[in-house]
Design a protein around this ligand. Structure first.
Ligand code: CA
Length: 241
């Protein structure tokens, strides 16, 4: 992939006029955009990919879709091992929908009806080019953190392992930041829900656990016997270098 290739976005939305409007604006911002009108089509486009096409880097996923819901689409995408960034659109500000969407693997959410500039801003953040090019050099970069064989580059949203460099989503990075900043201390589940996801501390959800599974995959030599992101039973998580 060349450095200047447009980033590809898939819009999964059955309301054609809404999808077209969003596409028009995203294309105007320089993204390459495809629309899937239902969940099945979305899964087709995401799973097989099309010969000669680069993979999608972001999916804007409406939850209210005919036949197969957005929840189900997210679940299947993740079950297939695809960690493309997912921004879900929830019909109303229903905390239960938000929680369920995050549990199924969405990275972020936006409540309908949304303002277009809000959507575009969110897309920019999620797709921020995290490479170290001139435009993004900051005056006081955050120091890297070495964890076993891996290095966390907070300023680039990356974890570098001996095998690969993984780009983290904003919430993955937020969770890691919250734990690393309190190294050696137990951070409660309630505090993490509030700080990282903006949810009420008493929200019943497995979202933290599924994110921890992903972070352990990158940071732990043996994810089933973690040494760095430790579960503290009944309380939360603790980070040890
Ligand atoms: Ca819809």
């Amino acid at each position: 992939m060349t450095k200047d290739a447009a980033q590809r976005i898939l819009i999964v939305e059955d309301e054609a006029h809404l999808a077209d409007g969003v596409r028009f604006n995203l294309e105007h911002e320089g993204y390459e955009v495809e629309i899937a009108g239902d969940g099945r089509r979305a899964l087709e486009l995401l799973s097989s990919g099309v010969e000669g096409q680069r993979p999608f880097e972001l999916v804007i996923l409406d939850l209210m879709l005919p036949e197969m819901s957005g929840f189900e689409v997210a679940r299947r995408v993740r079950a297939s091992g695809n960690y493309v960034t997912i921004l879900m659109l929830t019909a109303k500000d229903d905390p239960a929908d938000v929680v369920r969407g995050l549990e199924e693997g969405a990275d972020d959410y936006l409540t309908k009806p949304f303002r277009l500039d809000e959507l575009l801003a969110r897309v920019r953040v999620l797709l921020r080019r995290r490479r170290w090019d001139g435009a993004e050099v900051v005056a006081d970069p955050e120091p890297d953190v070495r964890v076993g064989d891996a290095v966390i580059h907070f300023d680039r949203f990356e974890i570098e392992t001996p095998e690969e460099t993984v780009t983290l989503t904003t919430r993955e990075m937020g969770l890691l930041r919250a734990l690393v900043d309190r190294e050696g201390e137990t951070v409660t589940r309630g505090a993490l829900l509030q700080e990282v996801w903006g949810l009420r501390p008493d929200t019943k959800t497995r979202v933290i656990d599924s994110f921890v599974v992903r972070l352990r995959k990158y940071l732990e030599r043996n994810p089933s016997d973690p040494r760095h992101i430790l579960s503290v039973r009944g309380q939360g998580y603790r980070f040890e270098r």
